[in-house]
Design a binder for this molecule. Sequence first.
Ligand code: ZN
Length: 340
Amino acid sequence: MNLTPWKWNFIWKLLLPPRVLHFLWVLLHNRLLTNVGRAARGMTTDLTCGRCMAGQEDEDHVFRTCSSSSRIWEDISTSVTKSASYNSEWESWLFENLKCTFLIGGRIPSYLLFVVTLWFIWKWRCEKVFDVNFTIPPSPGKIVMQYVESWLDANAKLEDSYPKKSCMLSWTAPPPGWVKLNVDGSRISDSGFIAAGGIIRNERKSWLVGFALNKGSGDVIEAELWGIFEGLNLAWKAGFRKVEVESDSMYAVRLLSNDTPLNHPLFNIISDCKTILQREWTCTLRHTFKECNRTADSLAKLGHLLHLGMSVFEDPPAQISAVMEEDSRGLASSRIIPSL
Ligand SMILES: [Zn+2]
C-alpha cells in the first residue's frame, strides 16, 4: 500500500477551467503521451521531439526546454517572469508555479496563466504531431492571455447574473417507490488516507442499509468515485431497482456524465461506475450540496476508523445516529446559492 500523500492534492483548490484542470491532473500523474511516455508503453521507439528534432521528448522537454516552447514562454514572460525560470528541477518548477497566487494585473492568478500556457503548449504540440505544416501562431502570449481573460469574464458573468439568496438546505426523502443512495468520500490530508461511505433510505426516511469503506491512500476524487461504485453495488445487490444517487462531488458527477479519455488516471473506476449505472434499472445520479449529504459524510469519516475494505451495516452504527436523526427531522442548514 502506498502511504505517500499525493503532493499535488492542492490542485483541486485552484481556480481553473475544467478541461485545463483535467489536463493538469493527467500531467501530474505522468500519463501524458510524450514520445518518452509512449516509448515506456511500447508504443514507439523514437524518443525524438517532433517539434525541434533536437531532444528526447519527455515532459520537461515538451513544456520547458524545447526551443519551440521557450519561444512561447518568452512571449508570455512580459507578464510572468517566474514561469520562464529554468534554474530548478522540472517538478519543483511545476510546484513553484502552481503555488504562485500572485494576481497579474490585480486579477489573473499567475498559476492560472501558467497552467493555461502548459495546456496550449500541449495542444499546439499535438496539432504539430498530426499536421506537420502546423505552425504556432505568431503571438502565442496574446492567445493564451485572451483565453484566460475570456474564461474569467465568463465566470464572473455567471456569478453576477444570478442574484444570490440564502437558502435552507436539508436532506429529502426519495419519491414513493424509490430509494435514495447518498454517498461521500473523505480524505485525511496529513496521511493521504481515503475512505468512503453511503446510506440507502426509503420514502419513509428509514435506514435500509449503509456502508463504510476504508481504501488506503489516494486522491479525494478516488474516494468519491469508490463511494459511488460501492454504493451502487450495494443497492443493486439489495435488489433496489429505482435508485436516486446523490454525491456532493460535482467533479465526480461530471466525470460519470461525460466521455472518459482512455488515458484518464481513474479510467477503470470511472468505467466500472458507468457500467453499473447502465444496468437494467432506473438509476439517476446527481449532485447535491454537502448540507444534504451529512449522513453519508459521517459514514465516510467513520470508514477511516474501520478495517481496510468494506463494512456493511444492516442497522445504523451508533456514531452516526445523531446526524441521521437530524436528517429525518429535516434539520436544515443555510447556504448562499444563486437564485435561478
Ligand atoms: Zn523539442
